[in-house]
Design a protein around this ligand. Structure first.
Ligand code: GRG
Length: 282
């Protein structure tokens, strides 16, 4: 896992080299190479490994997913959104640079994500399928819709169904997309089952996040805690309490493990990654 994470970090570093020098490049480097967990690219590459597929030709797809994720974090932290000043253990992008640079760095990461996938030498039809899914997941019917709903429900009470709809889009789409893209490459017949696993994992991941926002500490998380309460957000913890929320996390992980076991793949690598996520403290 650590080797794979290092390979992702190495390639992300290389991909930023051709960008023209300036504040935007500096801010892209600052936020992208700030030491995130790289879970989304790891999910993609590990799912390919579960099919015994050589993942190296697809490394730039993994990096594109991480670039989109980092763009979403930079924009989410902006004063007009969650207005956070700590991310990945450092000042947020707009605090380190300025708001305009942070907006442009986010835009640039999203653009480069498209560019680097376009440049991969691979079957053109498969590439179009991958780009369509990836940018649908991050777009206005995916993550952006989720973010819109998340902002709408600030200072309004969401019920559990509304909360699930926010999480499915805001967090679930970008967690599920790696597994979905790997299925498009490895075996399209398995696409639906990976979607289900990805969205269950995404929901579990977000409920964990809600719990950590209450029980975690800022130094370990690398971001401020208590921000959900501060921003008047409905969360699993505020609706169901910590104990019931943790029960839901455990149930969702159990469902993911069972679905993975039922598939004809190399289970070990996926189960190892799921367990890393289940036990996460940040
Ligand atoms: C701005 C269009 C737009 C969308 C923002 C990602 C997102 C949508 C908001 C982030 C808010 C948030 C903290 C959601 C909780 C789940 C989540 C995405 C956590 C951050 O992901 P990690 O824990 O972070 O994988 P690292 O830093 O490890 O990559």
């Amino acid at each position: 896992m650590n080797k794979l994470r290092s390979e992702i970090n190495q390639r992300l570093t290389e991909l930023l080299i051709p960008i023209k020098d300036g504040q935007v490049k500096e801010a892209m480097n600052y936020s992208l190479l700030a030491g995130g967990k790289r879970l989304r690219p790891l999910l993609f590459l590990t799912t390919l490994r579960a099919y015994n597929i050589d993942y190296h030709p697809y490394m730039d797809i993994a990096c594109a997913i991480e670039m989109i994720h980092t763009y979403s974090l930079i924009h989410d932290d902006l004063p007009g959104m969650d207005n956070d000043d700590l991310r990945r253990g450092r000042p947020t992008c707009h605090k380190q640079f300025d708001e305009a640079t942070a907006i442009l760095a986010g835009d640039a990461l999203l653009n480069q994500a498209m560019n680097i996938v376009l440049q991969i030498p691979m079957d053109a039809i498969l590439k179009i399928k991958i780009l369509t899914r990836l940018f649908t997941a991050s777009g206005p019917n995916g993550m952006i819709y989720g973010q819109q709903q998340d902002l709408y429900y600030e200072n309004r009470q969401a019920n559990i169904e509304e909360l699930q709809d926010i999480h499915k889009h805001k967090t679930g789409e970008l967690i599920a997309v790696g597994m979905q893209l790997a299925a498009l490459i490895a075996n399209e017949d398995d696409y639906d089952i990976w979607s289900q696993i990805g969205f269950d994992l995404g929901l579990a991941f977000q409920i964990q996040d809600d719990i950590l926002d209450v029980t975690g500490d800022s130094a370990t998380l690398g971001k401020n805690v208590g921000s959900d309460i501060e921003n008047n957000k409905s969360t699993y913890v505020s609706l169901l309490g910590i104990e019931e929320s943790q029960k839901r996390v455990d149930e969702l992980f159990k469902k993911c493990y069972e679905s993975v076991y039922a598939m004809r793949i190399n289970h070990g690598v996926i189960l190892e990654l799921l367990t890393v996520i289940l036990k996460r403290v940040n």
